[in-house]
Design a protein around this ligand. Structure first.
Ligand code: C2E
Ligand code: MG
Ligand code: MG
Ligand code: MG
Length: 286
């Protein structure tokens, strides 16, 4: 595809302008055609919500899930979020996508709770664009009411950078969401610019340690020190801690030893359609 063509062109050296330019043009063309398709995708129901399980590292039970969007493109198949969310931002569709995922994820949570699975939370990602649009609180309230969920069943994830970039306005929004009873998590923690002072003031319930700190565990001494420090920091602020991107039993064991509460990663499952996640839920504890 165009991305790998760009990588290849870069590898071939800086002088290969023709190839590089061609690859960029291809990338721009792909982006433009995706943008016009994306407007229709929402209306035509081509967006899919996949789910990734989160495991309680103490009890070994499934604790909750994160909803992650995919685009089922009619010609190109499944397109991952890192490829089409930048297009969605450019097209002004990011808030609509987040809202779609919120409603879909809440409906699915209702079905799984009705089926008797003892899940604590459904996590939904919240972009700065959605936060700016200003209707997150009413959307969350509507989704919870329509699905008969308790506010504490819903967890909204936001990255450090999104919170910091939107300043006072986002702090006010987080306060209103916390008043509603929705749980709040800082996503990709450790990768962004964050002020610990503001973190202390924010009504956040959870830190999600970015998988950049997890992938080289247990071998990397510095990553191990960082993961341990983040967990200790979180604990001292009475926050729950989730580690992202757990891929091996050794990583899980170390994080459990450090006192990490929950884990998420390919060790348990890649994000999957609801029907496939349901098979894992039905199979019982991890
Ligand atoms: P995120 O919220 O930090 O989600 C975690 C990402 O890490 C997911 O990528 C997941 O598939 C991936 N991941 C999970 N476990 C592992 C692992 O063990 N190893 C590796 N290598 N990767 C793992 P995904 O689904 O491609 O999503 C990428 C990002 O796109 C998300 O990062 C999130 O920032 C954004 N995103 C996805 N869905 C939505 C959405 O509905 N709304 C918004 N605003 N952003 C979304
Ligand atoms: Mg997330
Ligand atoms: Mg993350
Ligand atoms: Mg991320």
């Amino acid at each position: 595809n165009a991305d790998s063509a760009v990588t290849l062109a870069k590898q071939r050296g800086r002088n290969n302008y023709a190839f590089y330019t061609q690859a960029l043009t291809e990338q721009a063309r792909r982006r433009m055609s995706l943008e016009s398709d994306l407007h229709l995708a929402l209306q035509r129901g081509q967006l899919r919500v996949y789910y990734q399980l989160q495991k309680d590292l103490r009890s070994g039970q499934w604790a909750g899930l994160e909803a992650l969007v995919r685009w089922q493109h009619p010609e190109q198949g499944i397109i991952p979020p890192n490829e089409f969310l930048p297009v969605a931002r450019h097209a002004g569709l990011m808030g609509d996508i987040d809202e779609f995922v919120l409603h879909q994820a809440c409906r699915q949570m209702r079905l799984w709770l009705d089926a008797g699975y003892p899940l604590r939370s459904m996590a939904v990602n919240m972009s700065g664009y959605w936060m700016e649009r200003g209707d997150v609180v009413s959307s969350a309230r509507a989704a919870l009411t329509q699905c008969g969920l308790e506010a504490s069943h819903l967890e909204l994830e936001v990255t450090e950078d999104e919170v910091m970039q939107h300043g006072e306005q986002s702090e006010l929004l987080l306060d209103r969401l916390a008043e509603l009873g929705v749980r709040l998590a800082i996503d990709d923690f450790g990768t962004g610019y964050s002020s610990l002072l503001r973190l202390k003031r924010m009504p956040v319930n959870k830190l999600k340690i970015d998988r950049g700190f997890i992938s080289d565990l247990p071998g990397s001494g510095s990553d191990s020190a960082m993961a341990r420090a983040i967990i200790a920091l979180g604990k001292s602020l009475q926050l729950s801690i989730t580690a992202e991107g757990i891929e091996t039993p050794a990583q899980e064991a170390l994080l459990r030893e450090f006192g990490c509460d929950t884990g998420q990663g390919y060790l348990y499952n890649a994000p999957l359609p609801a029907a496939e996640v349901e098979r894992l839920l039905a199979a019982g504890p991890a």
